[in-house]
Design a protein around this ligand. Structure first.
Ligand SMILES: Nc1nc2c(ncn2[C@@H]2O[C@H](COP(=O)(O)OP(=O)(O)OP(=O)(O)O)[C@@H](O)[C@H]2O)c(=O)[nH]1
Ligand SMILES: [Mg+2]
Length: 404
């Protein structure tokens, strides 16, 4: 799931890290050119340390040689009376000479700079990350991430990275990963709904929780209803299903087949009947039987089909669903996002079920859809069997795209 999104994000971490490390190496190399032979700039930190040690060793050796030379002179002075004058001079300047030797083994300012340049704090500039983030933006768009979402991610990452001080290579990858993770988490942050709490609330009022599923043809509404019924039956709730897709040939039979397989009550009329009337009967059934959940299947419709959109609004007026869930196919990427927007405009969507996530490498719809309509993804469809459904949690998605 979302492998390609994961690759893009980790690729960006790698690119920014490499670019900044390369620039640091270049900077080190130009220092070498100023003082040829003094720094091996292949690995800046190591090279600098080695250079420092080399310089130190050379100087200490030189100082030792000078001291030895001085001692020789002293010995020679003692045995040679003629050199009294020289001896005198030598004695008086002994401390001075020692001072000079010590001064000589002190690193120069330039050398000091060389020694400590690996701990020099580089500040990330906009120029450092602009190209790579632009590349990421393009690649997110190709991966079906909505334009506004891609832009927000890039801006957030830029804002986080620019101005940060880096000491070592690992800082760059850590900061970049952190910034991307924060950006993605922010995008996925949408107030969510807990269906079980809603069921409990309705139960107090002696009412079932009514959920209506909407979306275009073939996105997985009917399959999702069977999965959600299974999910809540496993938690001990009693759902009832309304076969309100009275439009498509075979739709009632398809839902009946699922209901029989999972052992759930289905309320159905004949093909062509009023879908709102079917939904109404299902609500009445739930009230009479003390069932907690009414799941209303609807016919798939293009957002451009005025008649079917009006029919959907009629079901809404008649049963007043507590939740309208938009069912979108993750594989259709941006189209799913656009459909969600249209359905939200028409009836007001409360949450999203994103199906076929099992086959979706891009992750563009999963990342964008909730943010664009500011409604939570409640469930992900992860396959074709009844158990292939999971509650969607933003932290889970972040872990999917950043985890090992
Ligand atoms: N791989 C995969 N396939 C799914 C998933 N959900 C649904 N499907 C498949 O998608 C196809 C369409 O599913 P339906 O439930 O009939 O879709 P629908 O939205 O009810 O379609 P209409 O009634 O025509 O509007 C079926 O073959 C399902 O098995 C999912 O999460 N993963
Ligand atoms: Mg259907």
């Amino acid at each position: 799931m979302f492998e390609s999104l994961k690759k893009k994000l980790s690729g960006t971490v790698g690119k920014i890290t490499d670019k900044l490390s390369r620039e640091e190496e270049e900077a080190q190399k130009s220092e070498v050119q100023e003082e040829p032979g003094k720094i091996d700039a292949e690995k800046p930190e190591k090279a600098d340390t080695e250079k420092a040690l080399k310089v130190d060793k050379k100087k200490v050796k030189k100082a030792d040689e000078k001291r030895a030379e001085k001692a020789d002179e002293k010995r020679a002075g003692k045995s040679d009376e003629k050199s009294d004058k020289k001896k005198e001079k030598s004695d008086t300047s002994e401390s001075e000479q020692e001072k000079t030797i010590n001064e000589e083994i002190e690193p120069s300012e330039k050398e000091k700079k060389g020694i400590f340049s690996f701990v020099r704090h580089k500040t990330i500039s906009e120029k450092d990350v602009d190209d790579i983030l632009f590349e990421l933006e393009m690649s997110l768009l190709e991966g079906d991430v909505a334009l506004e979402v891609a832009e927000e991610i890039i801006n957030s990452v830029k804002e986080d990275l620019v101005g940060r001080k880096i000491k070592r290579r690992s800082d760059v990858s850590e900061f970049t990963k952190e910034a991307l993770k924060k950006a993605i988490s922010k995008i996925l942050e949408v107030d969510s709904q807990d269906i079980e709490s809603l069921i409990a609330l309705k139960r107090k009022q002696g009412e079932p929780l009514k959920i209506m599923f909407v979306g275009i043809n073939g996105t997985g509404k009917t399959t999702t209803i069977a999965k959600i019924a299974t999910h809540f039956m496993a938690k001990g709730y009693k759902p009832v299903i309304a076969a309100s897709d009275t439009f498509r040939a075979g739709a009632i039979e398809q839902l009946t087949h699922h209901a029989d397989k999972i052992g759930v009550k289905i309320i159905k009329h004949k093909k062509g009947a009023d879908p709102a009337a079917v939904a109404y009967d299902a609500v009445e059934h739930a009230r009479a039987q003390g069932k907690e959940l009414v799941l209303v299947d609807t016919a798939g419709r293009m957002q451009t089909n005025v008649n079917l959109m009006d029919e959907m609004k009629k079901i809404q007026r008649v049963i007043k669903p507590d939740l309208i869930l938009f069912v979108g196919d993750a594989l259709t990427g941006n189209d799913a996002v656009e459909q969600a927007r249209k359905f939200d405009d028409a009836v007001g969507v409360d949450g999203i079920v994103l199906t076929k996530a099992d086959a979706d490498a891009k992750g563009g719809a999963a990342l964008s859809i909730g943010h664009v309509i500011n409604k939570p993804i409640l469930f992900l469809g992860t396959g074709q069997s009844y158990s292939d459904i999971m509650e969607f949690k933003p932290e889970w998605m972040v872990e999917q795209v950043f985890g090992e």
